[in-house]
Ligand binder design. Structure first.
Ligand code: GRF
Length: 212
């Protein structure tokens, strides 16, 4: 069975969705860069090994990333899953885990990389927003896309209400992506594209606001 390591920094709701999803893999560890991350408690209660490594204890990103990699490698994971891990990773770290490192981002990439995605989406007046699971590359929030979910942006949405709608979908697509990867049904090919041997299942169009 494949082994995964999940990296978090805070609440850990995506981590929890992964732990609850009965995935065909063993969650070998949950690692946080913050000791006060709520997700650590959730993982601990489920009997999963946890570790904390604070970025503040290191002089620079490279030093933090190599110490982080040393901890990750102790668990010999097949997949490293970023679930709300709020640190920018160095190119060296990203290359070390090429094809094994995935992230979830709260926008329909390549739109809205970075932070405050929901607020920016509302400000721009877009009608469809969403979330993306992608392989991590050195280019922040721009890696090859595995799966996306789209939600409508409603007239009275606040960043909070929109974020809650998107988060529900995050909790659906992240376990799906990890399941595909663990079953070798999706992978990163030699030229850096997402490849898959699954039958494609077209979803329905989302039109927002809906037609009369
Ligand atoms: C999620 O919105 C995720 O897309 C982003 O950070 C947030 C983490 O939330 N990368 P949680 O810790 O999984 O609840």
């Amino acid at each position: 069975m494949k082994r995964i390591v999940i990296l978090i920094s805070g609440r850990g709701s995506n981590m929890q969705a992964l732990l609850d999803a009965n995935l065909p893999c063993q969650v070998a560890a949950v690692i946080s860069n913050r000791a006060d991350a709520q997700g650590l408690e959730i993982a601990g209660r489920k009997g999963i090994e946890t570790a904390v490594i604070s970025h503040k204890d290191f002089a620079d990103r490279a030093a933090f990333d190599s110490a982080l990699a040393a901890i990750i490698d102790r668990f010999a994971p097949d997949l490293v899953v970023l679930a709300g891990f709020m640190r920018i990773l160095t190119a060296g770290f990203v290359e070390r885990y090429r094809g094994k490192l995935i992230n979830i981002h709260p926008s329909l990439l390549p739109a809205y990389p970075g932070i405050d995605t929901h607020q920016r989406a509302i400000q721009d007046g877009i009608k469809i927003h969403g979330c993306t699971v992608h392989f991590v590359t050195p280019d922040l929030d721009h890696g090859p896309i595995i799966i996306q979910a789209a939600v409508p942006v409603l007239r009275d949405d606040t960043p909070q209400s929109l974020s809650a709608r998107v988060l529900c979908e995050e909790h659906r697509i992240y376990p799906q992506a990890v399941r595909w990867l663990c079953r070798n049904q999706v992978w990163l090919d030699e030229i850096g594209r997402v490849a898959s041997d699954r039958l494609e299942q077209p979803g329905a169009a989302l039109i927002s606001p809906g037609l009369e």
